[in-house]
Ligand binder design. Sequence first.
Ligand code: NAG
Ligand code: NAG
Length: 200
Amino acid sequence: MTVSGCQLIYVFVCATVVVQAQRPAFGRCPTVSPKEDFDVNQFVGDWTEIERSFYFFESSLSCTRLNFTLFDNDTMKAEVTYRTPWRGSTSQSRYQVKDVSTKPGELNMVLDGTLPAVIARMAPGSGKYIVLDTDYTDYALIYSCTDLRLVHADFIWVLGRGNDISVDARTVVYSTLDKSKINRDRLLLTNNKDCTSTNN
Ligand SMILES: *[C@@H]1O[C@H](CO)[C@@H](O)[C@H](O)[C@H]1NC(C)=O
Ligand SMILES: *[C@@H]1O[C@H](CO)[C@@H](O)[C@H](O)[C@H]1NC(C)=O
């Protein structure tokens, strides 16, 4: 099958419009499964973004923090706070995660309300986020992928309980990505320096 350049350009433009922070690449999404016996009760609480895949913007949001709270009705609230690069001020987006126990380790995050367009494009959008691996106390590896016609677009998220993860955890994270055939060359370290004064 041959595909004209025009069609390819069309597909990539679609990809950028549809999936925002995800990065388009050729082929279909890799087949991945969540961590076995994922326990959401151990997963809840506070996380810090350590590394993320990055595509559209040169400068990343920094000091990204996540806070997951589980409710009795099988719903989680996820609050994501981050510092915007141009003003240094802190913004927050809120997500609902529904039917948490239906597929353990699959987080169907639905963005609450609206974000300014520029931030919305950099912040993770609504979608299915799969916890590929976590030890609950040090690191979590989260992956999101959307199949589009000839391409897929994906997003890798490495979270830590502290401002960095251990060397051992990083080794596990990288080998999990390699085993899952997820390209990790585009992972970027998040700037977590000077994050204490973000509560303005
Ligand atoms: C995370 O959320 C819980 C419940 O809403 C709250 O008690 C806790 O203080 C939050 N943590 C941070 C760092 O905001
Ligand atoms: C679940 O409960 C929480 C806390 O009471 C509430 O904020 C949320 O809207 C509820 N979600 C659903 C889907 O019922």
